[in-house]
Design a protein around this ligand. Structure first.
Ligand SMILES: [Zn+2]
Length: 349
């Protein structure tokens, strides 16, 4: 299936205010065969008045090329068509047996979190879902999922918890049946997992867990570049390892603890990328070329090889003041900074 250029028509047919970003009809890969719709929020600034995330969802960001959605929903409930082709929004996951961005339209609504919806957005969102289902001749709203429902491993994403998606599907189905979105949805309940999880990772420095909860960054780009190898950064790394199936399986019980098993994962992960195999130079009485062991001890060679990995990808070259960085095996600030920057790019697929 090629790009789906009937989007504008279908959105208008559902009574939505529709705009589009120039170039929408040819934006996104033509290898696109959507079977469903994935709902997201942008995690942009809370209570914003304008469209702070429109540019990034159109053009992408370093490490993740745009488009990052097909339709962007602004605070006034306007559906802005960004791309008719495949967009980078889902990452790894599954819904109703379908997996990958080629199988889902992506909608990004300009909301910071579960409690940041405008009435106009709540009115419009189910109709946007319905219009996209119309575009693929689907009349079953169960083909609408939230990113958090799709994303694997579970807990990797939090959008759009708290809306809730069951309400969203019910309202979408009502639109599809030709009904209206009735009854203003109740205010967002707290996500029903643990005591008061807060999707506010962006503002949290990662030397300690937020409010004693166990919420880790579920958008890697939310990881703050604070050069601290605290529980949040380690937790993000553990989530990433589980997502790419390296080493121990956390089974979603990430603890943010840089223990022996996590270090072993790090070593296996480096090895799978061609690093952490042999000593790059003589050291401690061992000759260059001595085989490195996956022993879970994060000594000199682990950090040295992580630095080499990061350097090869442009994440460990210079300080922000332009001072060249050395391969010194020291887990100091800039190594962690580069590691965090690398993880920032690991969203999407
Ligand atoms: Zn998302």
């Amino acid at each position: 299936m090629p790009r789906i250029t009937t989007l504008v028509r279908h959105l208008e047919a559902r009574g939505l205010k529709v705009e589009y970003v120039k170039g929408w009809s040819t934006r996104g890969s033509s290898s696109f065969n959507p079977k469903g719709v994935m709902d997201h929020w942008t995690a942009g600034p809370k209570g914003s008045k304008s469209r702070p995330s429109l540019r990034v969802v159109t053009n992408g960001r370093p490490g993740l090329p745009g488009p990052l959605c097909n339709v962007y929903l602004d605070r006034k409930g306007t559906a802005v068509v960004v791309a008719a082709g495949r967009a980078n929004h889902g990452g790894y996951g599954s819904w109703k047996g379908h997996t990958g961005n080629s199988k889902f339209f992506g909608i990004e609504a300009e909301a910071a979190n579960a409690s940041d919806w405008t009435d106009a957005m709540r009115d419009a969102y189910p109709s946007v879902n319905a219009a996209l289902l119309d575009a693929i001749n689907e009349d079953d709203a169960s083909y609408v999922c939230g990113h958090s429902e799709y994303a694997l491993p579970r807990g990797r994403k939090i959008d759009i918890n708290g809306y809730t998606m069951d309400d969203m599907r019910e309202q979408t189905q009502a639109v599809l049946r030709g009904g209206k979105v009735t009854a203003k949805p109740k205010p967002a309940p707290k996500p029903n997992t643990k005591p008061k999880p807060k999707p506010k990772v962006k503002k949290q420095w990662n030397d300690k867990l937020p409010d004693g909860s166990t919420i880790f960054p579920t958008d890697y780009e939310d990881l703050v570049l604070d050069k601290g190898f605290g529980q949040i950064t380690v937790g993000a790394f553990q989530i990433l390892m589980e997502a790419i199936k390296i080493g121990v399986r956390y089974n979603q019980r990430w603890d943010g603890d840089w223990g022996k098993l996590s270090v072993k994962d790090g070593m296996e992960w480096l090895q799978s990328n061609g690093y952490y195999k042999v000593m790059q130079h003589a050291r401690g009485g061992y000759p260059k070329g001595t085989k490195l062991k996956v022993d879970g001890g994060d000594g000199y060679w682990f950090w040295y090889e992580l630095q080499r990995f990061l350097k090869a990808r442009g994440f460990y070259n210079k300080t922000t003041e332009g001072v060249p960085l050395k391969l010194d095996g020291d887990p100091e600030g800039w190594t962690i900074y580069g590691f965090q920057r690398y993880m920032n790019t690991q969203n999407g697929s």
